[in-house]
Design a protein around this ligand. Structure first.
Ligand SMILES: Nc1ncnc2c1ncn2[C@@H]1O[C@H](COP(=O)(O)OP(=O)(O)OP(=O)(O)O)[C@@H](O)[C@H]1O
Length: 762
């Protein structure tokens, strides 16, 4: 056994927190590796033994002709070890360190194709068996958070992912250019931008401009992992179909805050007990926190977990890389070499006990980024992956030697208690507190404002009431003053009158005592004058009152008169209406008479003509026939007259006509008889006309005059009814006059004409 190997078999004591822990995992032989296994793992002793004895190791890969190399590590996993086993014994303590508030790093180092990505990521993040360290770490973190769900404990987890590809640092989760990327897988990665690594006394080493994603559940982290792996540079090589061509660092930062409440006796209080105490003291949370500051202690811890999947080293001669792959290989090897140098320097520093030795962190981006993890403020675990294949024996030995060196590196892990108050959670807490205080302030302001408004309203109402009261008081006081003045005047008057009476008494019977007895005549005289004035005024007032009374009675009388007149008017209008109706009936009667008379006259003319013809016939010898016709005519006239008599009932002239006819009939049959007969008829008609004329003039005209005089006598008030009545009466009068005139003319003309005609005929 090689000396070097023997010495290295003495592993660092377990549980030594400051030293970098190193574990080795041997992956199974792959299908294309047919040369057999050269690695043997003793899990109990945590050793890995590499031996090319009895193995068909190609000469080119042989270190020496025959050799056995045994290495002891903090843990050693053989090809049969499961993902869960590796996680639980190696990664879980790293994550716990992070949850405790330390920086913790776990990085996978090894030759290309030895299982670094398989161990870190796993074949599928959601696969319960094959999922690797990163998804399991995330689950552990969220399990821890869930297990500490207390009112006084808060967690905040955020994730980011860095890639170093050909010495360019970039953000594998950079948000797309068009804005904030959703936290899902759908985000389209933008072309990766080169980021700078910076150092800050407070923050340590950090990537400037790196995006950080707050995560609340494992699925969100898986989504980020998917996104990162899609953006990560990979490529097929002869050694690995999916070779990572870059180093990738998945970072999870867990911030943890805890509020501790202390009772008055100095003992720790449960949050509920403290809240109860606050309530019983009538304090709100913000007030209580401000007032009981010394009894509320808040601690902040920030743990940072770096999960590093390094690109695999490769011997260009073996991998046969050319072109871009060759360039990538050179860069990968260079950075791994720089990592080796850093570790070597740190190991030497540790061995020699000096801290002055230069550690070339700045030689590569990788070492710069892992500065804290190697020799700094970090708990670091290195997982070396090796292939058991005989053809990889040289690389395997190299990896194991590298791992051995790393074991000698010690770190100085410190609890990140956020002394600089830079944690996001603290900022959030501060912001929350500020917002809560602001909210409470605003609520208070709103309440205050409302109170103010109410008070202002009440004040305004009170002012109004006051003003109204003052106004009322002023009115009252004015009234009071007036009353007072009246009273004073009255008193003065009474006094004057009284003094007047006294003085009268003094002047009269002298019965009043000496108090007023001294009033002289000069003072009494104006008093008398005033009394006289007063009496005169009273008399005036009495007269005035009487006049008003009289006028009032007058008005009442007028009123009664008017009412009476109104009644008369109504009665008169009624009577007028009745008269109107009578007049109308008379008019109708007159018209009928006129019509009948005209018809009678026509008939009479006809018959007269016939009579004359008969006389002529008789004269020519047909006296008998003519006489017979005359008898018939006479009979007809008699009938007509009877009709007429019926119409002229008030003018009863039938007996006269009958007498006339009878007279004529009683006469002889001579021409004289006939003329006499005709004359009798004419006279009879004249009489009738005269009778009608008399009726008009003596009866109807008188009646009309009587109606008119009634209208005047009854003092009918001028108005529409009276006007109509007078108008009708005027019309009636005119009608009567016209009728009388017509009757007169008709009588004169008719008589003359008839007589002339009869004489001519005769
Ligand atoms: N423990 C294991 N069990 C089963 N298969 C494994 C194991 N380790 C690695 N493999 C397989 O080996 C192959 C290479 O693994 P992986 O890609 O993880 O290597 P790597 O070290 O990441 O390579 P590179 O450095 O080129 O990226 C993969 O097909 C992987 O599935």
């Amino acid at each position: 056994m090689d000396e070097l190997d023997r010495s290295s078999a003495a592993r660092s004591p377990r549980g030594h927190d400051d030293a970098v822990k190193v574990v080795v995992r041997v992956r199974p032989l792959l299908a294309h590796e047919s040369s057999g296994s050269v690695a043997r793992v003793d899990k109990r002793l945590q050793t890995v033994t590499i031996s090319d004895v009895d193995n068909d190791v190609p000469t080119i890969n042989r270190q020496r002709s025959v050799a056995v190399h045994t290495f002891a590590f903090d843990d050693a996993y053989d090809a049969g070890s499961t993902q869960a086993e590796v996680y639980e014994t190696t990664a879980q303590p790293v994550v716990e360190s992070c949850l405790q508030g330390y920086n913790a790093t776990m990085f996978a180092y090894g030759q290309t194709g030895t299982g670094k990505t398989y161990t870190m990521d796993g074949s599928e993040a959601r696969d319960p068996v094959a999922r690797g360290i990163i998804p399991r770490s995330v689950e552990q973190i969220f399990r821890h958070v869930a297990g500490h769900a207390q009112k006084n404990v808060r967690f905040l987890a955020r994730a980011s992912c860095i890639q170093i590809y050909q010495e360019i640092v970039s953000d594998l989760l950079a948000p797309p250019r068009n804005g904030i990327a959703p936290e899902g897988t759908s985000a389209v990665a933008s072309p990766l931008e080169a980021l700078a690594i910076r150092e800050d006394p407070k923050r340590g080493v950090y990537v400037d401009g790196l995006s950080e994603w707050v995560v609340r559940q494992p699925s969100e982290v898986y989504a980020l992992m998917d996104r990162a792996s899609r953006s990560r540079a990979t490529g097929a090589t002869r050694m690995n179909d999916f070779s990572s061509r870059s180093h990738a660092v998945f970072v999870v930062i867990v911030e943890h805050s805890e509020t501790v409440y202390v009772g008055e006796d100095g003992r720790e209080l449960a949050p509920d007990d403290f809240a109860r105490e606050m309530r019983s003291a009538g304090l709100k949370r913000a007030e209580a926190l401000a007032r009981l500051e010394n009894r509320v202690k808040q601690t902040f811890r920030v743990g940072k977990l770096n999960l590093v999947d390094l690109a695999g080293s490769e011997r260009v001669g073996v991998s046969g890389a050319t072109g871009q792959r060759l360039e990538e290989s050179k860069k990968i090897n260079a950075s791994l070499s720089a990592l080796g140098n850093v570790i070597a320097a740190l190991a030497t520093r540790q061995t020699s006990g000096t801290t002055r030795k230069h550690v070339p962190y700045r030689d590569s981006k990788l070492t710069r980024l892992l500065e804290d993890s190697l020799g700094g403020n970090c708990r670091t675990t290195m997982l070396a992956t090796i292939s058991p294949a005989a053809e990889s024996i040289a690389e395997t030995l190299s990896t194991l030697k590298f791992a051995m060196r790393a074991k000698r590196v010690t770190n100085v892990p410190r609890l990140n208690e956020d002394l600089d108050q830079a944690s996001l959670l603290r900022k959030y807490e501060r912001e929350l507190r500020r917002l809560r205080a602001e909210l409470e302030e605003r609520n208070r302001n709103v309440v205050d404002q409302r109170c103010l408004l109410e008070l202002e309203e009440r004040r305004r109402r009170a002012e109004e009431d006051k003003r109204a009261a003052i106004r009322a008081l002023e009115v009252r006081s004015r009234e009071f003053m007036r009353e007072k003045e009246d009273k004073t005047r009255l008193e003065e008057r009474i006094l004057k009158l009284t003094s007047q009476m006294i003085s009268t008494d003094v002047g009269g019977n002298g019965m009043v005592g000496g108090r007023v007895g001294g009033i002289d005549d000069a003072k009494v005289s104006p008093a008398r004058h005033t009394a006289a004035e007063y009496d005169a005024r009273l008399a005036d007032l009495e007269r005035e009152r009487e006049r008003i009374e009289h006028e009032k009675a007058q008005v009442e009388r007028y009123k009664q008169l008017l009412l009476k007149q109104r009644d008369i008017m109504i009665a008169l209008t009624q009577r007028l209406n009745e008269r109107d109706e009578q007049i109308m009936a008379l008019q109708d009667e007159l018209e009928a008479y006129d019509r009948n008379q005209a018809a009678l006259e026509n008939k009479l003319d006809e018959k007269t003509t016939q009579c004359i013809q008969i006389q002529r016939l008789e004269l020519e010898g047909g006296a008998r026939a003519a006489l017979h016709e005359a008898d018939a005519a006479r009979h007809d006239v008699t009938v007509r007259r009877a009709d007429n008599a019926k119409l002229m009932r008030p003018l009863d002239c039938a007996p006269a006509a009958a007498a006339a006819v009878g007279g004529a009939a009683a006469g002889g049959t001579s021409a004289d008889k006939r003329v006499a007969e005709l004359l009798t008829l004419l006279e009879l008609r004249d009489k009738e006309r005269h009778a009608v004329q008399t009726i008009f003039e003596k009866k109807i005209a008188v009646l009309v005059d009587s109606v008119a005089s009634n209208l005047d006598r009854q003092n009918v008030a001028p108005g529409a009814a009276r006007a109509f009545a007078l108008k009708d009466l005027g019309a009636l009068r005119r009608l009567i006059r016209a009728s009388v005139e017509a009757l007169k003319q008709a009588g004169q003309g008719e008589l003359g004409r008839r007589l002339a005609t009869s004489e001519r005929n005769l």
